[in-house]
Design a protein around this ligand. Structure first.
Ligand code: 13P
Ligand code: SF4
Length: 319
């Protein structure tokens, strides 16, 4: 306990000394989210993380999240120093979509507008026309569909089919998935719902179709937190990474939150309802990067410039 208090103190001091700002995702440890909030940083979904990092005046951003979030910050602000507690913290969607295979896929379908999810490498984004996050993907694809565009979508197949089903767009899907959300199961969720008939079901769209089909609300992490705040229900079943519970409970302390069931039992399943890469962010490595300046995110300048176009398009659309 003493070590934690000392580490937090050190992080607060170093952030101040270095005029650095901490940008955290909802899935990282509650302690890091707390620190980000109290030091004037931000805790948010991937769209807001990108916007906040771009607009904040600090020259050093510390991104507590996964690799694509650090890369997006660097692409949007190449002049800033972007640090991450662990540069190995990646994402199964990013890993499942290697840039060379993706480029070959795009080459085979030159008639399609290429839309990629934020959870991809800078090199994949460099090949795309649009980048989207879960909070705005549906609106952007609906917009492209209305213009008669055919879409090539990568990498999350569940988010892709959800958007396809909602918009009716012609979408060719890369077959990637998130190892955390893939573990949520429709049958078990249905059984849990029967036990709690008064609960509303909140689902992140990276979840399989059978889970999405049972949802009262489908949305990004911020949209799900907002649903807990605004819906009149008192009980919610939540199908996304359990890191979100910290903010959700803070937003509505009197409400009951239940994590949706996963295939494995959470004692034995490492990635059940918690992202192993988000979990690589901790107080110790955060303090260490601030102290040493190590773990600086680097993005090849040419790739960065090419990738920025598709991110800027989304940000302009979102504005
Ligand atoms: P959000 O954009 O909804 O925060 O999602 C990011 C993510 O990695 C979900 O698994
Ligand atoms: Fe990637 Fe899934 Fe982890 Fe989000 S929760 S960072 S999509 S592996």
């Amino acid at each position: 306990l003493d070590e934690k208090i000392a580490l937090k103190e050190k992080i607060r001091r170093l952030l101040k000394e270095q005029q650095a700002v901490l940008v955290a995702h909802y899935y990282v440890d509650a302690e890091l989210q707390e620190l980000a909030e109290e030091t004037g940083g931000c805790v948010s979904d991937s769209l807001e993380m990108a916007r906040f990092g771009r607009d904040h005046g600090a020259q050093t951003l510390v991104v507590a999240g996964v690799k694509f979030m650090g890369e997006t910050a660097k692409i949007l602000s190449p002049e800033k120093r972007i640090l991450m507690p662990d540069l190995e913290a990646t994402c199964s969607l990013d890993l499942g979509c290697p840039a060379d295979e993706f480029a070959a896929f795009c080459d085979q379908h030159p008639d399609r507008t290429v839309v990629v999810y934020a959870n991809t490498s800078a090199a994949v984004k460099a090949r795309a026309d649009w980048m989207v996050t879960s909070s705005i993907g549906l609106d952007i694809v609906a917009h492209l569909h209305a213009q008669g565009k055919k879409i090539l979508w990568a990498p999350d197949k569940h988010l892709g089919s959800y958007i396809q089903q909602q918009t009716g767009a012609d979408m060719l899907l890369w077959q990637g998935s998130c190892l955390v959300h893939d573990e949520f199961k429709g049958i078990e969720l249905d059984l849990l719902r029967a036990e709690h008939p008064d609960a509303k079901i909140l689902v992140h769209p990276e979840s399989p179709a059978a889970v999405v089909a049972l949802a009262d609300v489908v949305g990004s992490t911020s949209q799900l937190i907002n649903a807990v705040k605004t819906l009149p229900a008192t009980k919610f079943i939540v199908a996304t990474d359990n890191g979100i519970l910290y903010k959700m409970q803070q937003a509505a302390p009197e409400k009951t939150l239940i994590v949706a069931p996963t295939a494995g039992n959470s004692a034995t399943c490492k990635s059940c309802a918690h992202c192993p890469w988000m979990a690589m962010n901790g107080l110790r490595n955060l303090a260490a990067v601030l102290e040493t300046g190590s773990n600086e995110v680097q993005v090849d300048a040419n790739i960065g410039v090419a990738a920025k176009t598709c991110i800027d398009r989304m940000l302009k659309f979102a504005a």
